[in-house]
Design a binder for this molecule. Sequence first.
Ligand SMILES: [Zn+2]
Length: 435
Amino acid sequence: MKRLLAIAVLLALAGIALWWFIRQGPVALPKPPAPPVTITPPPVPPKPPALSELGETPDWSQLDMFQETITREDFERLLTTVFTTGEGWRAFITIGDQDSRIRTGIENEEFILRFASAGNVKPAPRMWRTTAELPPAPANKPLEGLRIAIDPGHIGGQWARIEERWLKVGDTPPVCEGDMTLLVSQLLKPKLEALGAKVFLVRENSEPITKLRPADLMQAAAETISANSPPDELRKTAERLFYRTAEIRARAEIVNHTLKPDLVLCIHFNADPWGDCEHATLVNRTHLHLLVNGAYTDEETALADQRQAMLDKLLRRTHEEETQVSATVAEVFAWRSGLPPFLYPPGAKNVCQVDGNPYLWARNLLANRLYDCPVVYMEPYVMNSVIDHPRMIAGDYEGLREISGKQQPSLFREYADAMAEGLAKHYAEKRAKAN
Ligand SMILES: [Zn+2]
C-alpha cells in the first residue's frame, strides 16, 4: 500500500514537472556573441595647400583653357630660364614627353597640362592683343585703339606713412611715392591719348581701391605672425596686408575684370635704404630698371597659389610681349633721363636679368603676377638720391628750372615724356602701318 502511494506521489510530481516544462516553452539557448562592430572613421578633409598671405586655394581647372597651347620645348624653356631661379619647382612639376604633371597642393592630386605637338599649337585664349595682332595704325597715332591701364603705384596721401613710401630730408617737404606716381600718371594719360590710345587710371586719387582697412585684417595678421613677435608686429602686419596685399588684389580685380587692357603701366619710383623716414639718409647715386614677371624662388613655387599663378602667367604668353615693349621703353627712358642701370647683387635668388639687357629684370611682384595682361613695371629715379631728391621737392613745372646748378625739366614731365616716347617708338616700329 505504501509503495503504491509513493508511486502515485512520484507520478504526480513528474506530471507537475512536465506541466511546468511545457509552460516554460523551449529552453532559450545562450545568444551567440555579437559580431564585432566596425566603426567607419569620418572622412579626413584634405590638408589645405600651402598658400601666400590672403591667397586663395587656386582653381586648377582654370588652366584647362591652355591645353595643347604650348610645346614641351617652349614650356621647359620659359619655366627654367624666365620663371624660376632654383630647382625647387621640380618637387611639384614633372615634365614628360606628352604632358606636364603639376601637384595642386592637395595630397595625391595633380593637374595634367597636355603639350601641343610641334606645328599643332592651339592659340592661347586671352583678353589682350599683341603688337602684331593690333590693326594697322596711322603714322602719327601709333597707339591707335590700344587699351592702356596706368597703375599709379602705392596709395599716397594720408596713407603714405603707413605704406612706408614717405621720407623727409632736413627741413624740406616730404617726398611721397604714391603722390608722385599719381602726378606722373596724370601727366602721361593725355600724352598717350594724343598718340591714339584709350587710357584708364587704375587709381584717380589718394584713396585705396580695397574696401578693407588695417583693422579688418588684424585676425589675418595674427595668423601670420609668430607668438613671440614684438608688440607692434601685429599692427604692422595688418597694415602691410592692407596697403600691399589687399590693395593690389583689389586693383587686379579691376584690371582683369573691368578694364581688360592690352597693357598695364605700373608707375613707381625707386629708393635706396634711407634709415629714419623723418631724417632720411641721402645716397650719391641714381638708377633705372624695369621689371617683367618671373624669377619665382623655390619658396614661392612651393605655395600652391603662386605656383598656379606662375603657370597661368607663363601660359598666357605675356612674357614675350612685355619684354619687347619694356626693352624699347627702357632704351628711350635711359637716353632721355641719362639714368644708369640698377644692378641687383650677383646671385640674388629673387631676380634674373632678361635677354642680357642691363635695364630689364624679371621679378615676381604681386602686381605683375596678378595682372592677366603684359605689364611694363617702371622703377626709375631714387627718392633719397642727392641727384633726384632736389628735383622731386621742386614739384612739377613747365620748361626748365635751375636745380643743383643745372637747367633741368620737371622730373615728373621727364618721366611722362620718356614713357610716352618709348611706347610710341615700340608701336611705330613693330605695328603694321595704315595707308
Ligand atoms: Zn613703388
